[in-house]
Design a protein around this ligand. Structure first.
Ligand code: NAP
Length: 323
């Protein structure tokens, strides 16, 4: 038997919150190191949005495998059943569309009744879409849709789950992107959403820290998920709706950017790297405000931080095959 006496008397806080530990200190052996994270019986409950595919799905399965009780947000029963079949019995799919107040409220109620007084150990705001296209011609409703899912939806979900996180001295992990630190042409709407998420994360981190809730953001580079194909298809669909003038102005540049994006997708890394960063954010004794994932993201974020804007613009344009 390892750990402190309080844990032996009441194992629940120790197992569910290796970090918060309800005021008593774990000995060195009971601290869970994220690098060698072993499955334990119960690390507490986490809710995730957008778990049907990609990063959200891999995170749900990884967190389930290392001992979290996962409430995996999906938008239809079929995706929930598919996820369920790959996970342990602890994982429960919940229906949640982050743009629908009723759906969010109902998901929060389901989780509240399941976790009871233990509350939530974590909320992973992961759901996201990419709207691409030249800003000059982008239909304003498309910009609204981008911000509704990637920004407003994240705040709405956070508000609904905050009482449960407060009960569980939990953590909020937002799924940002390196696009939240460095913008790219024809991805203005998406980059704006991720820049906004950075600001929201920073503000929330300061607002909620006195309440015992840590808030951090994951900043992945290119990750191998269906998002790439979805965004290329969406971009193509959007271009078809644009007038001839837009094609004359932006067609060739869009074609080059599309080619560059296809190459980037081919060089993307597996989503497990993101899942490991999320697990670190949820279990580290003192989580970092930001977790960058991938060499490409590390490089881009460093360049954005240190290079003058005009030089950075040129580099970004050149990397997309643009002049
Ligand atoms: N892939 C990358 O290279 C990369 C890099 C940096 C950051 N990210 C971020 O990682 C997150 C996940 O993206 P991904 O790459 O894993 O893409 P993905 O496979 O397309 O997953 C997106 C998820 O969001 C869900 N979603 C979309 N709209 C939603 C809504 N209104 N309500 C609830 N869920 C909704 C999707 O559900 P449905 O299946 O029902 O549509 C899906 O589960 C996003 O926030 C993205 O910006 C991705």
């Amino acid at each position: 038997m390892t750990g402190c006496i309080a844990c032996r008397i009441s194992p629940r806080p120790h197992l569910s919150t290796t970090i918060q530990h309800d005021g008593h200190f774990p000995t060195k052996r009971v601290r869970i190191r994220s690098q060698a994270m072993k499955p334990t019986d119960d690390r507490g409950a986490v809710a995730i949005t957008g778990s049907s595919t990609g990063i959200g799905k891999v995170c749900a399965l990884h967190l389930d495998a290392i001992g979290f009780t996962v409430f995996a947000g999906v938008r239809n029963q079929g995706d929930g059943d598919a996820l369920r079949s790959e996970a342990s019995e602890r994982l429960t799919p919940i229906l949640v569309d982050v743009t629908k107040a009723d759906s969010i409220a109902s998901a929060a109620r389901t989780v509240a009744s399941a976790v009871g007084d233990d509350g939530l150990h974590g909320l992973l705001n992961n759901a996201g879409i990419v709207v691409s296209g030249p800003l000059e011609c982008l239909p304003i409703d498309e910009l609204r849709r981008q911000l509704e899912v990637n920004v407003v939806g994240q705040v709405a979900v956070t508000q609904a789950f905050a009482p449960l996180l407060r009960k569980g001295s939990g953590r909020i992990v937002n799924m940002g992107s390196d696009c939240g630190q460095i913008a790219a042409p024809f991805l203005g709407a998406y980059c704006a959403s991720k820049y906004a998420l950075e600001a929201l994360t920073d503000a929330l981190r300061m607002e909620l820290r006195p309440h015992g809730i840590y808030v951090c953001i994951i900043e992945p580079g290119s990750i191998d998920t269906p998002l790439w194909n979805k965004s290329l298809a969406e971009g193509d669909r959007l271009m078809k709706t644009l007038p001839d003038e837009a094609h004359d102005l932006y067609g060739p540049a869009m074609t080059r950017t599309r080619k560059a994006a296809t190459k980037m997708a081919q060089a993307s890394i597996a989503a497990t790297a993101v899942a490991k960063a999320v697990a670190r954010a949820l279990t580290a004794r003192r989580p970092k405000p930001r977790y960058i994932v991938g060499h490409d993201a590390r490089l881009r974020i460093a360049l954005a931080r240190f290079l003058p804007s005009r030089i950075l613009d040129r580099l970004v344009m050149r990397s997309l095959g643009l002049r």
